[in-house]
Every structure is written in C-alpha cells, then in structure tokens.
Design a protein around this ligand. Structure first.
Ligand code: GRG
Length: 298
C-alpha cells in the first residue's frame, strides 16, 4: 500500500521525469550545440508533466517498473514538447511566450524551432526503441506503432490540421469533440495505453475499459482548459464567452456556455472514475489524477 500523499507522489514523478529527460536529451556541448541547446530549452524546466503523470499512474494498474515508465514518459513528453514548439511558430498560433519564457522561435529563430520539433519527434521514437519497456519485443513494437499513430495525421497532427481549418468556422459539438479527441486527446489516451502496457497483460475487456478512460480524460483535459481560458479571458479582457480570443476558434464554452461545460467535465470525470473502480487500489493514482485534472489546481 502506497502511503505517499497525492501531492507528494505527483511531485516525485515530476522530479524523476525532469531527471530522466535531462539524461535522455543530448548534452548542449555536443555538436550541433545550438540545436541541442534549443532542444533542452524546449523540454526542460517547465510544464506540468501531465502525460508522464498519466503514464506512471496507468503503470500502477499493471505493476510496471518505474524505469520502464520513465522511458515511455520521456518519449511522450518529447512529442508533446515538439508539438508545442511547432504550435507556437508564426505559421501556426504565433505565440511569443510558453511556460513563462520566450517561445523557441523567439529565443532562437524559426529554422531552429522547426528543427527542434523535428529532432524531438525522432528522438522520442529512438528513446522508445533503445531499451526494453515490455518483456515481449512484439508488444514493444506495437507500443512504438501506437505512439506513431497517436502523433501523426490520424492523431495529434491531424487534430491540429482540423483545428487550423476551423478558424472562424461554426463547429457542431460532435465536430469539436472529433477535433479534440485527435489534437489533445490522442497523446493523453496513448499515455495511459502505453503506461499500462509496460506491466503485466490485461484482459481485452480491461484494456478496452482503460482505453475508454484515456479517451474521456483526454477530452476532459480540453473541456477544463477551455473553461480556464474563458474565465481568464473574461477576467482580463472582458471578452464575450464564445471564441478563443487570439484566433476566433470555437470552444466547449462557446458552444455550451460555462455552466454546462463545467457539468460536462464533472460527468466525464465520474464516467472515468466508474470505469476505474473495478481495478481497486491499483487505480488509486489514476483516479486521483482524474479528479485533479477536473479541479485543475495546476
Ligand atoms: C503542431 C503537430 C502540432 C500539434 C500541436 C497539442 C497541440 C497540437 C497544440 C497545443 C495547443 C494548445 C495550447 C492546446 C490546449 C491544450 C493543451 C494541449 C495545452 C498544453 O498542454 P499542457 O497544459 O502544457 O499539458 P504543459 O506546458 O504543462 O506541458
């Protein structure tokens, strides 16, 4: 029985993820030094590490070793960091600040930001291939494939394409959900799926149930993000709830209003918790993390 408090557990995982990423990234002194320095700038010293937390929480369901989970967590965080670097570029969201510091293309230049994203993406797959994360090599290949699917045109990059195409458009709730299941949700869902697979095998029914939990948590994360954005915008700009301030994108709050969006988040949270209940104490951290995401104290 794990007696650490949730906040202590969370802080331990965030710290071990930072150390694991520090070791996994090329040293800044190694040529090409500027690219390596920029990769480290993009990944280290910031971020909530939600995906690594999900990997470790999910790994507890199958008794996975923390070292294997670190490897999977690093690969996911590298893909996530690459997506943020590219998302911030002038050809996409054109943001100048990320995690409280200048974005990579501002701190370095556009070409370096492009290469940082490219290099982080390939490093993620290299890292996931470099050492065992499963006793079964075939399962490890399936895990690498799962990460590729979650990141590519049928996952996160595809969701980003839909998002870019939706600027100024009217989306239905189903279309908004489809976009977020891909853009933000695919990597969150993969974090749980891959974390689980680092340990003992589960039944098909258990695997499907946890995949459902991953899908729900992925959407939940976005609904809460939209609510927090709308609340911050209303507080600072007095803008109408309805569209993303920067680029007129539809959000859960614009389609549902903040009260219904909050209710939806609570319903999704309960759905995930109900699915986790049969796993008992092994699902403790994932249940705590689900509640934490909906209350979003970070
Ligand atoms: C460029 C291929 C490509 C994809 C970009 C995920 C994404 C796709 C862009 C991020 C845009 C964004 C701000 C979405 C809102 C939800 C979200 C994913 C926020 C950032 O993730 P956090 O909150 O960030 O986990 P930290 O900094 O804590 O790691």
């Amino acid at each position: 029985m794990n007696t650490r408090s949730f906040s202590q557990w969370m802080s331990d995982i965030q710290q071990r993820t930072e150390t694991a990423l520090d070791h996994a990234l090329p040293a800044a002194a190694i040529a090409p030094a500027r690219l390596h320095e920029a990769m480290r700038y993009a990944v280290l010293g910031g971020g909530k590490r939600v995906r690594p937390l999900l990997v470790h929480a999910a790994g507890q369901l199958t008794g996975a070793s923390p070292e294997r989970l670190d490897r999977v967590a690093c690969a996911l965080e590298m893909i996530h960091a690459y997506s943020l670097v590219h998302d911030d570029m002038p050809c996409m969201d054109d943001d100048t600040l990320r995690r409280g510091k200048p974005t990579v293309h501002v701190q370095y230049d556009d070409a370096t930001a492009l290469l940082v994203g490219d290099a982080l993406q390939t490093l993620a797959f290299l890292h996931l291939s470099d050492a065992p994360v499963s006793d079964d090599p075939l399962r490890q290949i399936a895990m690498i494939r799962q990460l590729a699917l979650a990141s590519g045109s049928r996952g996160m990059a595809g969701g980003q394409a839909i998002d870019l195409a939706s600027v100024g458009a009217q989306l239905s709730l189903a279309e908004l959900e489809f976009m977020h299941i891909h853009k933000t949700g695919a990597l969150i869902r993969a974090s749980i799926g891959l974390g689980v697979q680092c340990g003992r095998s589960l039944s098909e029914e258990e695997t499907a149930s946890l995949d459902h939990v991953g899908k729900v948590i992925g959407l939940l994360f976005q609904v809460v993000d939209d609510i927090l954005d709308a609340e911050a915008d209303t507080a600072t700009l007095g803008k109408t709830a309805g569209k993303d301030a920067a680029n007129d994108k539809p959000t859960y709050v614009s389609l549902l209003g903040v009260v219904r969006a909050r209710e939806l988040a609570e319903e999704m949270c309960q759905d995930a918790l109900d699915r986790l209940a049969p796993f008992g104490d092994a699902a403790r951290r994932l249940s705590e993390l689900t509640r934490f995401i909906v209350r979003r104290q970070f």
